[in-house]
Design a protein around this ligand. Structure first.
Ligand code: PMP
Length: 444
């Protein structure tokens, strides 16, 4: 336990910390303890963390095996620069390549999701000699300059002020929100979305496009599930025009969706995989880019013009090894599939019961409710880019009942640690039902 009171911690935070994506000077919950799926404040109030914080503590809080691996590595050797080989880094690189499958060969380590995408973009440009990066409007890839410019949601606007060359956005499918898909067969929709993308590729000049960067399952923009065949169609367009496919697995990776990586739900293999978050259960920062044989061999002949002092940090890699081992030893993927069935059932009931819930989407323990004010006409509860008071009110109601969810725009996302039990789901999901009743009665 620390030396300060909860109030002292809160006040120091308020006065001296610049808050990510928020105004400085706000009060934040002072967290005294985190254990399993729970967070506790200094007064002993308990919150079920149904967000895995920013969808990153996939194995929950205070996992003793992972903490032990961190301590053991710190006692042995805490840091070695990237040009040195360490057991922790070499072993983790091999494990990640094996997890990704036979076409993958090497890993470039970073410290975050944004850095992973940033470096994947640089590599794609070096390997192809092309500049343009295609990415989706409904996406988030990180807050550094390149990753931010590749991101599609409104968080990119501040980065765009300074400009960055070669970022082109396309509209990825959102079957619920894109009104023209209503009542139309998935197959027809898929073909239409792909035709539009191909036209855009042709107008942008295929020989100028280095890569398409996509989340396998769009996360922070609302757990969007693509129509059948769409992702495979994007892969086919990449093959047709010699474009690399970079799959951002920062949020969807490490069993969040039930499989090691989200793209494993589709019949395709990307050229590069970017990862972070779940690789270390967020206990220490680590990310990276897993590259296929072709890209790997390019960098046998050419110098990789990428480098970070902390690339392959020894402590982080030791934690990465412990996490990958844990996911496998505890068969986390199978557990996620079991819990997914319970969550999906509950979510479907909520759609039937509540006027404020337009749709529910769930894959693994990655899920989102689409909150609406007019269900018949699919009108969102909040206007995109407009000041939004309804969603903070919903999040606050949930929090006061001890339930922390993940939210952006008009989505309430439930993404608990993958270790959650069915008893914990049964105890906490009814809170969502209660709060949605309150939304039906007071907000719409
Ligand atoms: N990609 C995706 C899909 C993400 O969800 C995020 C973070 N939420 C990032 C990249 C950026 O990761 P980081 O915040 O570690 O830079």
């Amino acid at each position: 336990m620390g030396k300060l009171t909860g109030t002292q911690v809160q006040e120091l935070h308020r006065d001296h910390v610049l808050q990510s994506w928020g105004k400085a000077g706000q009060m934040a919950i002072p967290v005294a303890k985190a254990e399993g799926i729970y967070l506790y404040d200094y007064e002993g109030n308990k919150y079920a963390d149904m967000s895995s914080l920013l969808v990153c503590t996939n194995l929950g809080h205070d996992n003793k095996e992972i903490v032990a691996a961190l301590k053991e590595q710190a006692d042995w050797m805490s840091f070695m620069a990237p040009s040195y080989a360490t057991e922790a880094k070499s072993v983790l690189a091999k494990k990640l390549v094996d997890l990704a499958g036979p076409s993958f060969r090497r890993v470039f380590f970073t410290n975050s999701g944004a850095e992973s995408n940033e470096n994947a973009i640089k590599m794609a440009r070096m390997v192809t000699g092309r500049t343009k990066i295609f990415s989706c409007y409904r996406s988030y890839h990180g807050a550094t300059l390149g990753a931010s410019n590749a991101s599609g949601d409104a968080r990119r606007f501040a980065a765009e002020l300074g400009g960055a060359n070669g970022f082109v956005k396309f509209m990825n499918p959102h079957m619920y929100q894109d009104g023209y898909t209503r009542g139309v067969d998935d197959e027809v929709c898929t073909n239409n979305y792909l035709k539009a993308l191909e036209q855009q590729i042709r107008y942008e000049g295929p020989n100028q496009i280095a890569a398409i960067l996509m989340e396998s399952i769009v996360g922070a923009n609302g757990v969007i599930l693509p129509p059948e065949g769409y992702m495979e169609g994007v892969r086919a367009l990449c093959d047709k025009y010699g474009i690399l496919l970079i799959m951002d697995e920062v949020m969807a990776g490490f069993y969040r969706t039930g499989t090691a990586f989200g793209w494993q739900h589709f019949d395709l293999v990307p050229d590069m995989i970017t990862f972070a978050k779940g690789v270390t259960n967020a206990y220490v920062p680590l990310g990276g880019v897993i590259v296929n044989e072709q890209i790997s061999s390019y960098f046998e002949e050419n110098v990789l013009q990428c480098g970070l002092t902390y690339s392959g940090h020894t402590l982080a890699c030791a934690v990465g090894n412990a996490c990958v081992d844990y996911y496998e030893a505890h068969n986390i993927g199978a557990h996620v599939v079991e819990m997914e069935a319970i969550l999906k059932d509950f979510m479907e009931t909520m759609v039937e019961k509540h006027a404020c819930v337009g749709e529910a989407r769930c894959i693994g323990l990655f899920s989102a409710f689409e909150m609406v004010k007019d269900k018949e006409n699919r009108v969102s509860l909040v206007d995109y880019n407009e000041p939004n008071t309804a969603m903070p009110a919903i999040m606050n109601q949930l929090k006061e009942k001890g339930f922390i969810a993940f939210n952006r725009d008009n989505y309430v996302s439930i993404c608990p640690p993958l270790t959650i039990t069915k008893e914990e789901l049964a105890e906490y999901l009814p809170i969502v039902d209660e709060v949605f009743t309150w939304v039906d009665e007071t907000l719409i």
